[in-house]
Design a protein around this ligand. Structure first.
Ligand SMILES: [Zn+2]
Length: 380
């Protein structure tokens, strides 16, 4: 994507419009009208019907297709054929990350307007021009870069707050990485997912994401556990979705996401979600970067407060040794990984040590906060 000559231009990418609030999905018809659509294809998670309070039935001319469960080339082809059979003039993806990514992969190659309606706030995928494609068996296959963001993203906070709290907390974990990764990328000016150098705007948005999560994360978690939509929930949902989405796409990724990708190499982590593994990746990244202890403490204590992983045992890796962590580190450092956006060269051996240090720090802070253990004095 980069031109052959001259410095790389900075690029800022965003969806055409972002709507968020209690009942916001009720604006779907109006948004489609503005896009000139009279025959939208609705790609839905099977359970969304009841969440949407009749909005979908009221859409005239719409064709509904249930999502098959995996964002795979086969599923993309199937939905594409359904869109063509129906003569669809827009695609709406309603549901979780894989539904959204399938909708992106159907609309973009044929140039149809695209609306994304996330029903959970567990990642920052909704606003981006990027899709992650898997095999039918659920193994990572490829990233698809479309160069075009959704025309509109509609987040109904009543729907999101009605989902199990683990989704919101995982989204906080994903959002926690955005500032640190954008900060690293802005220093190296490596190409971001938006296809250019990082922008100041994205870095400022990423910082706001971090500050918002730290200030309102706990209150939002507690409210969502009660199914309540409060101003704190609105702020955190915006941070997880919009601020983190803009921040990562145009601000750049770094070590935390590579640690996440590396961790997927170990079977034990498979029951843990993207944002949960990213949270441990953030703590590892802080160790790698030699951030001041107070920054590491701030992040670790926040993770403990909202219920995010701080140690290997929290992501299914109790008792793993250097050999297994070596596999994680090798996978995290392969060519093309965003860990190479860091301002210094990262070797797998450094990463193993950073993971061990993060794990020890996380366990120690937990013990201290639980009032169990101060470190014993070092024996003479
Ligand atoms: Zn992420």
């Amino acid at each position: 994507m980069q031109a052959n000559e001259g410095p790389m231009a900075a690029v800022f990418a965003a969806p055409g419009k972002y709507l968020q609030g209690r009942g916001a999905v009720g604006r779907l018809g109006e948004v489609l009208e503005q896009l000139g659509s009279t025959k939208p294809l609705l790609l839905c998670d099977p359970i969304v019907e009841e969440l949407m309070g009749g909005t979908l039935e009221r859409l005239r001319g719409a064709t509904r297709v249930d999502f098959g469960g995996e964002c795979s080339p086969e599923e993309i082809d199937r939905v594409m054929a359904a869109a063509s059979d129906a003569g669809a003039d827009a695609v709406v993806g309603i549901g979780g990350g894989k539904t959204m990514d399938t909708a992106k992969s159907v609309a973009n190659p044929v140039g149809l307007p695209l609306v994304i309606v996330p029903t959970i706030a567990s990642t920052d995928a909704p606003t981006s021009a990027l899709a992650v494609v898997y095999t039918e068996e659920g193994e990572f296959l490829e990233y698809r870069f479309f160069g075009r963001n959704p025309d509109a993203v509609i987040v109904d906070t009543a729907v999101v707050a009605g989902a199990p709290v683990r989704f919101l907390v995982a989204g906080i974990g994903d959002g926690l990485s955005t500032y640190f990764e954008a900060d690293a990328s802005s220093r190296t000016r490596k190409q971001t997912m938006a296809g250019g150098a990082p922008t100041q705007a994205a870095l400022a948005i990423a910082r706001l994401c971090y500050d918002t999560l730290l200030e309102h994360g706990l209150a939002a978690r507690l409210a969502v556990e009660q199914g309540a939509v409060t101003p704190a929930v609105e702020k955190v949902v915006e941070a997880n979705t919009l601020l983190s989405g803009l921040g990562f796409e145009s601000g750049g990724l770094g070590a935390a996401h590579s640690v996440h990708n590396g961790l997927t190499a170990l079977e034990g982590t498979h029951d843990y979600w993207h944002g949960e593994k990213v949270a441990f990746g953030v703590i590892t990244m802080l160790m790698l970067e030699e951030r001041p202890a107070e920054v590491v403490e701030e992040v670790v204590d926040f993770c403990l407060e909202v219920g995010l992983p701080v140690a290997l045992e929290d992501i299914g890796l109790e008792g793993v040794g250097r050999e297994e962590l070596g596999r994680v580190a090798e996978a995290a450092c392969v060519e093309g990984e965003t860990i190479h956006n860091m301002p210094f060269e990262v070797h797998p051996a450094m990463l193993v040590d950073a993971m061990l240090a993060a794990d020890a720090f996380g366990r120690q802070r937990r013990a201290v906060l639980e009032g169990e253990a101060r470190l014993p004095a070092v024996a003479p």
